[in-house]
Design a protein around this ligand. Structure first.
Ligand code: ZN
Length: 81
């Protein structure tokens, strides 16, 4: 990912992680959100598609991390407590 790259509402999330949101018109301060791979960046209820998302920290989905696959599979096959 390039430095200073941002995403707009409607863009597809290509990396799960924590993103900083900058709102249009400064109606609220910047704040972090988590966005998950495969979803789309949402519109803001207030500034609509003026919101901008910049990646703060990339975080891989735990389900797609090979070292957790076995444990997740065991949880899925065991009966609920
Ligand atoms: Zn907004």
């Amino acid at each position: 990912m390039r430095e200073g790259e941002y995403f707009k509402p409607g863009d597809k999330v290509v990396r799960s992680g924590i993103y900083n949101v900058t709102h249009g018109g400064g109606h609220m301060p910047d704040h972090p959100v988590t966005c998950m791979f495969g979803k789309h960046f949402p519109k803001c209820d207030d500034c609509d598609d003026a919101a901008r998302f910049t990646l703060i920290s990339y975080a891989k989905d735990v389900d797609s991390e090979p070292c957790f696959k076995l444990a997740i599979g065991k949880q899925a096959s065991s009966p609920a407590p």
